[in-house]
Design a binder for this molecule. Structure first.
Ligand code: PMP
Length: 309
């Protein structure tokens, strides 16, 4: 198996450090209890190859700060400082390719006088950034097969859905594992009321009679930044986008379906459980949206969503 390429530098405890030295202790609270929060951010080489741009960095940092609130982390660097730290790290790694940036803010050590155990207050926090090369997932563009997960999406009143909380990703891992083991590429989870929620690490859209449907933000989903991008792009294309509760038979009966997220980008879904979606190949509107998405991230179409490195 080929080894994943690593960049030389990471960020930990306020400094750039060699990746081999970016390590944490087994006593780290987040390692014990999942009490960390994170973001997944992409940077793309522009279409003419001349520059690297981070996609929707501000929105990712705003969501990081929302996530931090839930873990009572109040010493996050400011958005301006975080931006500067990320750009500095990418430059230090001399990155000239599509890449993925993974900031994690995590609960670290018990403060003096605190007793052993799971808690939020009374625990220090720390901050790391790792980055890795990540080319566009072209392999998914021909369409993927999804399975409805036997595992339900964690309800918002158990772990807040709007936050990217490390421990919550056990839910994603269980759901994805079931689908992969059963021979599918991805999973779509229902929420506890039985409505469609989202995929393991992406949001889902359905298209029926030229209208887009996606689970509303009250469907126990992460408010995806790619989801938001798609809604805006679809509206710019004159399409109607409806955010609502979506039931299972609507999903099976869709003309088109796709997943969207920072990592997966846009992946057309051509089969859901035993049901073929549309004619079993990526639908027309899905392809049109993919086109404008890649034009935006590659800087071929004007937007104020790109931050130059
Ligand atoms: N849902 C979950 C559970 C996720 O982890 C992600 C990835 N961040 C998404 C949806 C998609 O969000 P975004 O488009 O902001 O990457």
């Amino acid at each position: 198996m080929s080894k994943i390429k690593q960049y030389q530098w990471a960020y930990l405890r306020g400094n750039k450090v060699q990746i081999s030295e970016a390590t944490i202790s087994i006593t780290t609270q987040a390692f014990n209890y999942g009490t960390g929060i994170f973001e997944g951010i992409r940077a793309y080489i522009s279409a003419d190859g001349s520059q690297l741009n981070i996609f929707r960095l501000e929105e990712h940092l705003q969501r990081l700060s929302t996530s931090a609130r839930f873990l009572k982390i109040f010493d996050l660097p400011s958005e301006i400082d975080l931006k500067a730290i990320i750009i500095d790290l990418i430059r230090a790694n001399d990155c000239k390719e599509d890449c993925y940036i993974r900031p994690i803010v995590f609960k670290q050590s018990l403060l003096p006088g605190q007793r052993f155990g799971v808690k939020l207050t009374g625990v220090s926090s720390s901050f790391s950034i790792n980055m890795l090369p990540m080319p566009s997932s072209a392999s998914k563009s021909s369409g993927i097969k999804c399975m409805i997960s036997p595992w339900r999406r964690t309800p918002d009143n158990s772990i807040p859905s709007r936050a990217k909380i490390c421990g919550g990703y056990v839910n994603s891992a269980l759901a994805l594992e079931s689908a992969i083991t059963a021979g599918y590429d991805e999973t779509i989870m229902l929420n506890n009321t039985g409505d469609i929620a989202e995929a393991s690490t992406s949001n889902v859209f359905f298209i029926k009679n030229n209208q887009l449907y996606t689970p509303s933000l009250t469907s126990h989903i992460l408010p995806g930044i790619t989801r938001d991008t798609i809604i805006i792009l679809a509206q710019q294309m004159g399409l109607n986008v409806i955010e609502k509760r979506i039931i299972l038979s609507e999903a099976y009966d869709a003309d088109e379906c796709f997943l969207c997220g920072t990592g997966i980008e846009i992946a057309p879904v051509i089969q859901l459980d035993s049901y073929r979606i549309g004619n079993g190949s990526p639908g027309k509107l899905t392809q049109a949206l993919m086109n404008s998405y890649f034009n935006i991230v590659r800087g071929k179409m004007d937007s104020n969503w790109l931050t130059l490195v």
